[in-house]
Ligand binder design. Structure first.
Ligand SMILES: *Cc1c(COP(=O)(O)O)cnc(C)c1O
Length: 377
């Protein structure tokens, strides 16, 4: 095996259908993590399978300088779905690249280099996005990372106001921190970030790679906050598991974004998958479904395990349960004894990011399993 960077899990997945995954022995698992929110439509959704396979047969890839209808359609769709007044987009192949582009565009458009990022924030693993990522576990041994990054305490308005100055190119943050443990930012913090960046003509970047594509109850989490950033990044669920990233920007950034590019940007096969995903997410009103079902899920979790855990947090179908100890043990126990796949976020948070197509029965099953598991560990 050449897998030296991942620690493989003991379950060998062979196929998927909707909210279920099946291993080689035929055992079924309820997928409550959607492989880090990457499959909002569930596994092998027919809209995506059909779009991808027919596009792959017609034209899998051609260089970006030749106009291709499906790539243009996806660009139109992404810019239409971007929160106003954001009306330009750049497509890439992953979350970290979407953030690299955001950082580059902000630096070029402002002519400055300083980027303010958040403690406990996660933005990816390439050297630029990694420089905006807080945890030493991700950074150690890879220095020097990109220069010019400073960290402040997430949700601390005073620290934010102190940090932003005339040298600041951008403030980057997740409206709800994902890897950091499902920590939502307060509206007043986001307003402070908006005011502070605006007052010095710096860019506000929202990394919606985990919160985006309907997960929190609206297409983008920013729609539920009083502010709109200058740059919004998306990836993970945007093509239902195919590699696609998007960096959406306001006019003033697009006008002076500098020279950037990527060979695979919006390649036809991936673009077809992205288009089918976004059309299905909006056509089936999945953001609203995520909002309704998510609040039920949160209330039921609160009622079932609220007294035995430290907190139940999150919005829509992005929910974290902060346990007293051993999130990994809870996740392992859910998988092995209940056939439910969840995700840890750090050492104490059990994270649920299910496909947005999930139903009430599956929520019920997960809550029942959680109350058993929390009692056991
Ligand atoms: C996963 C994630 C990234 C990185 O995305 P990759 O596709 O793994 O590069 C960046 N930001 C957030 C908030 C994420 O959840």
């Amino acid at each position: 095996m050449s897998e030296f960077v991942f620690s493989p899990k003991p379950i060998r997945i062979e196929s998927g259908d909707g909210t279920m995954l099946q291993d080689e022995s035929g055992t079924e698992y309820l997928d409550m993590g959607a492989s880090y929110a990457c499959t909002p439509l569930g596994h092998s959704h027919p809209a995506v399978v059909n779009a991808l396979s027919s596009q792959a047969e017609q034209l899998t890839y051609v260089q970006g300088s030749y106009p291709v209808q499906v790539r243009e359609d996806l660009y139109d769709l992404v810019t239409d779905l971007a929160p106003e007044p954001i009306d330009h987009a750049w497509l890439s192949n992953s979350g970290t690249e979407a953030n690299e582009a955001a950082i580059k565009f902000a630096r070029h458009a402002t002519g400055r280099s300083k980027i303010i990022a958040m403690k406990d924030g996660f933005h990816g693993r390439t050297l630029g996005s990694l420089a905006a990522t807080w945890k030493p576990t991700y950074r150690d041994g890879f220095e020097p990372l990109a220069d010019g990054f400073e960290f402040i305490t997430f949700d601390d308005e005073a620290e934010l106001r102190d940090a932003v100055d005339e040298e600041t190119a951008a403030v980057i943050l997740e409206p709800i921190q994902g890897e950091g443990g499902i920590n939502p930012a307060s509206d007043s913090f986001l307003e402070a970030a908006r005011e502070a960046t605006e007052s010095v003509d710096a860019a506000l970047i929202f990394d919606e790679i985990q919160t985006g594509v309907g997960r929190t109850g609206t297409m983008w989490a920013t729609e539920q906050t009083p502010v709109t950033p200058d740059i919004l990044t998306a990836a993970k669920g945007i093509a239902n598991g195919l590699p696609l990233g998007a960096t959406m920007v306001r006019e003033w950034i697009a006008e002076d974004a500098g020279n950037h590019g990527s060979t695979f940007s919006g390649g036809p096969a991936i673009a077809a998958a992205g288009k089918a995903t976004l059309e299905t997410v909006t056509g089936d009103s999945l953001p609203a479904h995520a909002g309704t079902l998510g609040s039920t899920f949160k209330q039921k979790l609160q009622a079932a395990v609220g007294d035995s855990v430290k907190a139940v947090r999150g919005e829509g179908l992005m929910i974290g349960v902060q346990v007293k100890r051993g999130a990994n043990r809870v996740v392992g126990n859910l998988a092995m004894n209940h056939g439910i796949l969840a995700l840890p976020a750090g050492r104490t948070v059990v994270r649920f990011l299910p496909p947005l197509i999930i139903g009430a029965d599956e929520i019920e099953r997960t809550v029942d399993a959680m109350s058993e598991v929390i009692d056991e560990v």
